[in-house]
Design a protein around this ligand. Sequence first.
Ligand SMILES: Nc1ncnc2c1ncn2[C@@H]1O[C@H](COP(=O)(O)OP(=O)(O)OP(=O)(O)O)[C@@H](O)[C@H]1O
Length: 340
Amino acid sequence: MTDPKSDKAPLMALRNVSQVFHTKRGDVPAVRDVTLTVGAGDVLCLVGESGCGKTTTARMAAGLARPTSGSVEFEGEDVDTMDSRRRHEFRRAVQFVHQDPYASLNPIRSIFGTLSSPLRRHGLAKNRAEAWEQAKALLERVDLTPAENFLPKYPHQLSGGQRQRVAVARSLTLNPRLMIADEATSMLDVSIRVGVLRTLTRLRTELDVGFIFITHDLAIARYFGTGGKIAVMYLGRVVEYGDAHEVIDNPQHPYTKALLAAVPDIDPDQRHTHDPGLRSVDIPSLTALPSGCSFHPRCPLYREGDCDTVPPQLAEVSPGREVSCHVVAGDAAERDGAAR
Ligand SMILES: Nc1ncnc2c1ncn2[C@@H]1O[C@H](COP(=O)(O)OP(=O)(O)OP(=O)(O)O)[C@@H](O)[C@H]1O
């Protein structure tokens, strides 16, 4: 998933990362052999149902969790073997925006306190006056104006959308190169969500900051991922990867198709979902994964043979599109053969 034509190291690369949690219920393989890259200023959306491993993947990318196997590279350097100076730079360069801004902001700290603390700590503001000006500029950047009215306030005095904007402003204090937004808009009301998404989209282009954007909402992934990539995850694995609009508009993996079929039509007169034709609605447990392809017990394309015995690998089925499915890859190979 690295551009073979580019000799530049990607900003962030996850190479064959896995994460296994050891629990009383047994080992939970939350992320399994995931390889993904994000270029400078690019966006990668991670989508999939609850529990498919999006947050665990993001936590490894942010250096908040160490992979059980595989490696995380930032600007071509393995995060695990960085010296302390590089690790410090990495921590500054990669910022995480959480789902719940209320939980992530200190309730007894004013907005000015929240924003000025990292600025002062990292020597970006020499005194209070400088910190005030910079904090003001940060709030303006995330469309919280007039900024001087917000700086003395406390989180409980703000609405959910305003709080999330403050959380975004805080993540910008140290001039990040990569933002990891984990369901950053999912707790907000729809009307407020659109505004915050617009701000994030503007920041993407204005600041040339890369994004790993996590959402279970495919419409949001299509909107925010414009010009970028989507990776669809199922039970800890990436099952489909490609250009954001193409994955949503022309899904290839039967799981992506099922996810899209579950989204109600936008037309209010036809608010129904489509039957994805799944063989089972039950999602298997990560502690008792099916043999072969993990999706096979539910898959409408299931064919006896490889599907229930051999785990499929991601394979390119058309330029820039990778799908982990024996049937789709087989059909693509047949088409290629016939065209030759
Ligand atoms: N610390 C942990 N210990 C044990 N199991 C964990 C731990 N963290 C996550 N898991 C499990 O790993 C799997 C993947 O979780 P993860 O949070 O990465 O998924 P997700 O796609 O982000 O879901 P959600 O959207 O609900 O956050 C889930 O089955 C979860 O219960």
